[in-house]
Design a protein around this ligand. Sequence first.
Ligand code: AMP
Ligand code: DBH
Length: 552
Amino acid sequence: MSTEAGALATTPGLDSPTWPAEFAARYRAAGHWRGETLGRMLRERAAAHPDRTALVDPAPERRTWTYRELDERADRLAAGFAARGIAKGDRVVVQLPNTGEFLEVVFALFRIGALPVYALPAHRATEIGYFCSFTGAVAYIVPDRHAGFDHRTLASHIKARTPGLRHVFVAGDPGAHTALSDVPRDPAGPLDGPEPHELAFLQLSGGTTGVPKLIPRTHDDYLYSVRGSNEICGVDAATRYLVVLPAAHNFPMSSPGWLGALYAGGTVVLCPGTDPATAFPLIERERITLTGLVPPLALVWTQAAPETACDLSSLEAVLVGGAKYSEAAARRLEPALGCRLQQVFGMAEGLVNYTRFDDDPETVVTTQGRPISPDDEIRIVDDAGREVAEGAFGQLLTRGPYTIRGYWRAPEHQAAAFTEDGFYRTGDIVRRTPTGHLVVEGRAKDQINRGGEKVAPEEVENIILGHPSVHDVSVVAVDDDYLGERTLAYVILRADAAPLKPAAVKRFVREQGVAAYKVPDLVQFVDAFPQTGIGKVSKKGLRSAAAATEQL
Ligand code: AMP
Ligand code: DBH
């Protein structure tokens, strides 16, 4: 990480800009970066308390692994992967649901220093094909079937089109591929492993561009955010964290998530579904103390809790974040679930804000929290980049000990996404209260937040433009009581095209092989888009047109 003072550096092997030396020195001196790695963290915990339960995987039949078992499994799989030629720095696309294998696989990769690329279970051929080719992945790891979808067929398709992809490993019945359980588990030889300042994995950004950007996180920076989150959320050895959201997502991974629980010597329980009918009995049986939800799920749980026969009294707190949680909904959570609410406003790029247990109740329901670290730098600026008056709205820029300085292999996005002095342009419109809490008021970036699932309109527009009858398209957000926002595609058909039904456009998007949450919720045919003063399509104009239309 050596660099000239102040300059943005690209460290060989990192493939992205990183913290200038004086920042790195400061973060180490402050004790934020402690020279930890994810692989060694698990090793140390397993040595300290080998027989404690690290994880519970309840379905289809209940399995529990102690810290020793998880550590040994990760070691043996790491040896097996290494024997198959997977080496430090290699990228491996991991698309596994919330199962024990997810943790086993990622810790095996951490041990080697190979980088998991965290795909979500919902991703399909378009996204996976891109992750595999863009990252030059050597392996792709899938379940056999999940949620009614056969991932082995998708993997065959991807492998045929991606020459660099050497391996497909399947958790479960492998079909034409290799079963994870058949990877030879030779006793581990010494592995070099990664250094704390090196990359641990690539996370996905929700994105505003045609293809998702990849977020390079180092061991040291990520573990600082986990440790900081644990302190704020009171995570300790008694914590039993329920992973409800996809385990690969940054929120259930590190805020404080399954990594926080393991860091503290607690227990991770993997939830196979998000609905109360699945989660509530598990909360009772596994005596869950903590979980994290997106606002639409928090709403459903809040509605279901008063009716349930399940005993939810073990729950101490529920974290809600990923999208704006309405004040009205926030007020109802604590009485319904009988536990504390913590709002969390975070991003896979870094900065995470939490409301605190000692905040007054109004602050907890009306703000999205304040940063983890005293070294998180916050600037709230106007469109010209000037700081706004204290308390006024503006765009949130941030820099700090666990916020990236650039995306992975994306120099073309550097200037748009980061300031010259290294602040990440979050694209969120916020204001700061006198107590330093942030309130998310909106968004400057072209993104749709569908209840925590981020959709980049440009990505969906590019797909719809591939339809032979479509002349032009603009995808915008419309307000929605449940999800917060839904997607609406305004479509202009070619003059010579036969009329289309909205369902045909949706089907076309689905058939291109993308995650279902990117299929537009609504489709409307128009003759022209509203334009801005200089003749660009006005998304603001389209949004207000959508708001004014009652029946879509
Ligand atoms: P990503 O960059 O994909 O990790 O998504 C992070 C983005 O999600 C943030 O920049 C916000 O736009 C949004 N977000 C996350 N948490 C909240 C929250 N509590 N309230 C409002 N927006 C949120
Ligand atoms: O939306 C997010 O990306 C998010 C939300 C809450 C996140 O990354 C996090 C907490 O860490």
